[in-house]
Ligand binder design. Structure first.
Ligand code: CMP
Length: 138
């Protein structure tokens, strides 16, 4: 069993797509063990994406991520990190495969609808960034 952090980003939440994205997640067999809707401050978005601090897109990315509510959740399952990344599709939706969340809903590389942890170490940091143990079921 493995856990990963999912964020349904402001572009998807604002278009009323949170339910549709969650349905794709649950249809894939991943289990939601924690979930909430939050509206991040700039400082909270910068802390979450600190590994990208030196990237040219950092300012735009963090401004976008605090531009509206997001739905954060923890997904659990065998190989959950890789399975969720496959379900999300490529970071740039222009390269995303059919049947993926980003192919279906993402607008561009920034407004790409969803985030998922990319490794066990980042999943541990990211799940703890948003959730305490008391908020995780199962
Ligand atoms: P995410 O999986 O949330 O991780 C970092 C995010 O930076 C990524 O999704 C993209 O939405 C965003 N981003 C914006 N511009 C770029 C870029 N040129 N290359 C990679 N990621 C980018």
């Amino acid at each position: 069993m493995q856990r990963t952090l999912s964020i349904i980003k402001p572009d998807a939440v604002s278009r009323g797509l949170a339910g549709a994205v969650l349905a794709m997640i649950q249809d894939s067999g991943l289990t939601v063990v924690a979930m909430k809707m939050i509206h991040m401050s700039k400082a909270q978005a910068e802390g979450f994406y600190h590994v990208h601090k030196a990237r040219p897109f950092f300012a735009d990315l963090t401004a976008f991520m605090c531009s509206g509510p997001v739905v954060v959740s923890i997904l659990e399952g065998d190989d959950a990190i890789a399975r969720y990344r496959t379900l999300m599709g490529a970071t740039n939706p222009a390269n995303a495969e059919e049947g993926t969340i980003r192919k279906r809903y993402a607008l561009d590389i920034e407004k790409n609808s969803v985030h998922g942890s990319d490794a066990p170490e980042t999943a541990a940091f990211e799940t703890a960034y948003f959730f305490s143990n008391l908020e995780i079921v199962g």
